[in-house]
Design a binder for this molecule. Sequence first.
Ligand code: ASP
Ligand code: MG
Length: 402
Amino acid sequence: MALIVQKFGGSSVADAKRIQNVASIIAETYRAGNDVVVVVSAQGDTTDDLIAKAYEINKRPAAREMDQLLTAGEQISISLLAMAVEGFGLPVISLLGWQAGFHTNSVYGAARIKNIKTNRLRAEISKHNIVIVAGFQGINRYDDLTTLGRGGSDTSAVAIAAQLHADKCQIFTDVEGVYTADPRKVKNALKLSEITYDEMLELATLGAQVLNNRSVEMAKKYSVKLEVLSSLTKSSGTIVKEKINMEKMLIRGVTKDTDVALISVVGLDDNPGVAFKIFSVLAQKNINVDIILQSVGRDGTKDLTFTVSKDNGVVAIETLGNLSVLENTKITCTTGVAKVSIVGAGMESHPGTASTMFEALYAQNINIKMISTSEIKISVIIDAEEADRAVAAVHNAFLPND
Ligand code: ASP
Ligand code: MG
């Protein structure tokens, strides 16, 4: 008998029919003789809708109250799904994050799991109950509810799989697996049968929406083998694991991320310590900086450009505006940009990868504003309006439709 963790995203439980469909997948797994722990997200756009409701009432809602609100989304989906499973005549119980033992730190809206006290989970499993757990949530040491950040229920599922040493962690979504590009936008995108944790981590971080990046990080750390598959079709999905048999593919994916704000500081004194002062105040505000570009100094001044996520743009500008070393500089923030990236472990040993990418962009007359590279990825910042065209062109350059 195996222990299987199954996670279903918001689109998989969007309405009554989809919930029945998910219940039938769970029932089939259970009837095959497995123990089943299920993690679910809020239905459809529930979380977005709740956020919109909050901002209608208060432009700066307290983070604690936001978590108090958002955890309600998953409470709805677990209870409804449990009712559907019950309809199949199977023993089932739904648990909120805290009931399933999820203890987190106190960073509301972006809490980290500290530990999972698994006694309740184990007790229910030993009674052969199907356990349905609310993803994305936990409780802190003040007994207040917390959430793990958008897309956090993937992480909840992987954490349970790691903690209970599950035999399998299946992530069900509305696409059939991990693709070389968004299959809704790029017609000749290919489904990958396997991908490494490292490649998946880059893809998830760079904008592929199929898995949350923290869940991949955790899967790698605890060697949880993931399977990404569709709840709507029966086809096999993508396995995410440490090592794979490299197919002859230089590039494993092309991604787009539009959650980018570009901040420029023009006319900085060309002195030591300036970059330190800028990035240390941003770090104090918990602002994550991505690509950084500094111009060569001339006439005693230099310019610095960097990217942050869109929701950090305003705070970053405010913070830098108060910095005395920046008194005589011009600080601007642009949001009409996107990051397009290619990922693949093969590029490390393959010269010419960057030039192939840049040539594809040039052929489309797309201007590159910034470039950043690591061993297994190349990212460019371009105009947001050109991003879809860029993804298609770059994808076609590496994975031609033949
Ligand atoms: N419902 C939450 C969100 O939309 C968590 C999740 O979907 O994983 O971000
Ligand atoms: Mg969701």
